[in-house]
Design a binder for this molecule. Sequence first.
Ligand SMILES: [Fe+2]
Length: 144
Amino acid sequence: MTIKWDNRFSVDHLTIDAEHKLLLTTINAIEVSLRHPEDTEPLLFFIDQLHEFALTHFKHEEMLQLKHKYPFIEGNSKGHDSLIVDLDRIRDDVHRIAKKPTLSVTDMADLHHHAAYLAKDWLIAHVLKEDLKMKGFMGDGYDE
Ligand SMILES: [Fe+2]
């Protein structure tokens, strides 16, 4: 099931919100690509895109936090490190599964599990809840 952007995810910063929306949309694209298991190329493309967007976003967020003297920068940066470890593990497993000549029922269940985990545990539970602490510390983002 794809997830919808909700204003309670907003950190009231234009740029960071836009990047979070991009991460969310890319995870939705992963979910949608699982509807066509006969062609795993889109799935591999979107998981690699998510990886790239996440690395860029975390770096950008840390740079903005430094600029705005965000008081919880250290905890946020450690959180990013573990999110990357988690994402590396999932991306590797998606590649391992999706490159098989045919996918079993178990393979498909594993891929759906990864997509659901990315949406609920990886993006919403960690990135958005942790990032909501930035509200009020970072300006509005219109100039960044
Ligand atoms: Fe973030």
